[in-house]
Design a protein around this ligand. Sequence first.
Ligand SMILES: CC(C)(COP(=O)(O)OP(=O)(O)OC[C@H]1O[C@@H](n2cnc3c(N)ncnc32)[C@H](O)[C@@H]1OP(=O)(O)O)[C@@H](O)C(=O)NCCC(=O)NCCS
Length: 176
Amino acid sequence: MAGAAEIRPLARDDDRGGFSCGHAELDRFFEHYAGQNQFKLHLAVTYVAVIEARIVGFATVTPASIERATVPGARLRKRLPSYPLPVLRLARLGVDTRAQGSGIGKALLRHVLGLALEQRDRLGCVGVVVDAKPEVAAFYEALGFQALAGVREGALVSEPLPMFLGIETIAAGFAP
Ligand SMILES: CC(C)(COP(=O)(O)OP(=O)(O)OC[C@H]1O[C@@H](n2cnc3c(N)ncnc32)[C@H](O)[C@@H]1OP(=O)(O)O)[C@@H](O)C(=O)NCCC(=O)NCCS
């Protein structure tokens, strides 16, 4: 099914009603805010997965930065400077409940990783970050994401878990 999906930027006239990923806050964001954030405020860009003219999933990305101290992995941390490091943030990800479990989420995430490689080449980017819902952390871990260093101290288990995937790992996953 995922192979049949086209992934492209959200368009102004896309019908965003009727989409539901099972999380009311994410659905509300997609229906009411994704458009204005992209077309009026220029805060972020949303990519949609479309099958037979129906939106079955979305991923919202925005440039961000992280501090060196939070990068997982002592070796990588040592090589990086101590000023804010450019990353791509996966701000939101949702797949319609009717399409979940058929590879759409993974396809959207892979598209985002491809965008991070473009950002690396055009603007600079050391990796992708996401604030993972705890129940979805395993989805990101399976693709190599690791918790940002030090974030669990004092955090509640129910709080989002900031996770990171380094650009070299991303590039290796796209190697021919
Ligand atoms: C999480 C979500 C985006 C996954 O999308 P999906 O299209 O259902 O996932 P896929 O079919 O692409 O699954 C890819 C892989 O991840 C696994 N997976 C899916 N959801 C998972 C979860 N919640 N936890 C762990 N693994 C998960 C699948 O089993 C699959 O494994 P495989 O490659 O070994 O077969 C989707 O379930 C969703 O929209 N959930 C509600 C909103 C949400 O929680 N968004 C994330 C906010 S951080």
